[in-house]
Design a protein around this ligand. Structure first.
Ligand code: BGC
Ligand code: ZN
Length: 373
């Protein structure tokens, strides 16, 4: 069957390759975890989303091949339909729609309790990213433990399950951490960045009843602005109003969700957070970028204001369930809006070059994904 892979460490190595089609009894990650007897699920791939992580993997800035090989099959945002299940799988059946978690357990205490997403080990195993092959293939096998059901009426948004899990986790982590305050009732949120993560976070924070400002560089009108506004948020172009000016005008935000991929913005955001607020960092910034800030001022304001920085990556099955739940509630509350994030479908794995081109060059693209089947 067809698979899309890269040679980690070698820039622009993305290619189509022929690999054996998996069978129910295969062990896809023998070097990491073994699927318990009877718990395997064979899935036909329907759609695979790509994001900046895939771009960085192809640029050889990120990612590693599984041990003993040179290639890494990419694809970590999965959506597919169950073909076959092992005899000990009761929660899924052929025909069900699923998405899979990305991280597989390492050896830390957190991994042993199902919290691979917060492993304390430096080495982490992620399908399609690091040390494990991904889902950009015609079919795949995994442990039912890592598969999350997508309701049939949400299948048009199924490929957003993984990015939604990342957003849902980051917001959940902020709320959990803010229990330190005994009462936290955030009113105003700034979402920095209007890519898929920024827009999904905008939706989730609006669903929590907040006054949301979604900030990105480019002045509207354009699709990102339309989507943010359709969720009931205010879109702000930082070319027209800077984050600092906005904070002066509308008040400092209680919650900042940072998703720009820009290290400078991550640190500048520290300058506008309200007292007792939480700043959530989700960007994965490859490469090197020096930033100059007034450290004394930030430290003083942060200490006097009891401010909190929360960093969040990945998501386990509970976060997938939260994310899929939010997609469903979002669909009922703002019908037809979220699918506007799905801007650039690519027809089939054969068109992988077009997929990478869109990811790298198409500035208007919000979500590039491959229709595999
Ligand atoms: C993925 C996460 C992953 C992270 C770090 C992101 O693009 O969506 O699942 O943990 O990259 O590799
Ligand atoms: Zn990702």
């Amino acid at each position: 069957m067809k698979a899309i892979a890269v040679l980690p460490g070698k820039p622009n190595s993305v290619h189509l390759r022929e690999i054996p089609a998996p069978k129910l009894l295969d062990q896809p990650q023998p070097h990491v975890c073994k699927i318990p007897e009877g718990r395997a699920v064979l899935v036909k791939t329907l759609q695979i989303g790509v994001d900046a992580t895939d771009r960085e993997i192809n640029e050889a800035l990120y990612g590693n091949a599984p041990p003993g090989g040179e290639h890494l099959v990419i694809g970590h945002e999965s959506f597919g339909q169950v073909l076959e299940v092992g005899n000990k799988v009761t929660e899924l059946k052929p025909g069900d729609y699923v998405s899979c978690t990305v991280r597989r357990p390492g050896g830390s205490l957190f991994d042993t309790i199902g919290r691979n997403d917060i492993t304390s080990e430096e080495v982490y195993y992620e399908r399609g990213i690091n040390l494990c092959h991904g889902y950009m293939t015609e079919s795949f096998v995994d442990d039912a433990e890592y598969m999350v059901k997508v309701p049939v009426n949400l299948k048009h948004l199924g490929v957003l399950s993984e990015p939604a899990s990342v957003c849902a986790k980051a917001i959940d982590q902020a709320y959990l951490a803010q229990q330190r305050l005994q009462v936290w009732n955030p009113k105003r949120a700034f979402v920095l960045g209007a890519g898929q993560i920024g827009l999904l976070a905008t939706m989730m924070l609006k669903l929590r009843g907040m006054e949301v400002y979604t900030l990105a560089t480019r002045p509207g009108p354009h699709r990102k602005q339309e989507i943010a506004e359709a969720y009931g948020a205010t879109y702000v172009s930082t070319k027209q109003t800077s984050m600092h000016e906005l904070a002066k005008k509308v008040g400092k935000p209680d919650l900042i969700f940072e998703a720009t991929g820009n290290a400078e913005v991550c640190f500048r955001a520290m300058e506008v957070l309200a007292h007792n607020g939480a700043l959530v960092w989700t960007s994965i910034t490859g490469g090197k970028h020096d930033v100059t800030v007034d450290g004394a001022k930030i430290n003083l304001e942060w200490v006097l204001g009891n401010k909190l920085l929360v960093s969040s990556v990945n998501g386990n099955r509970r976060h997938f369930e939260l994310g899929i739940g939010a997609l469903a509630l979002g669909e009922l509350t703002y019908p037809g809006v979220t699918e506007r994030i799905l801007t650039n479908p690519v027809a089939g794995l054969d068109n992988y070059k077009e997929m990478m081109r869109l990811l790298v060059e198409e500035k208007e693209a919000i979500k590039v994904f491959v229709n595999v089947a």
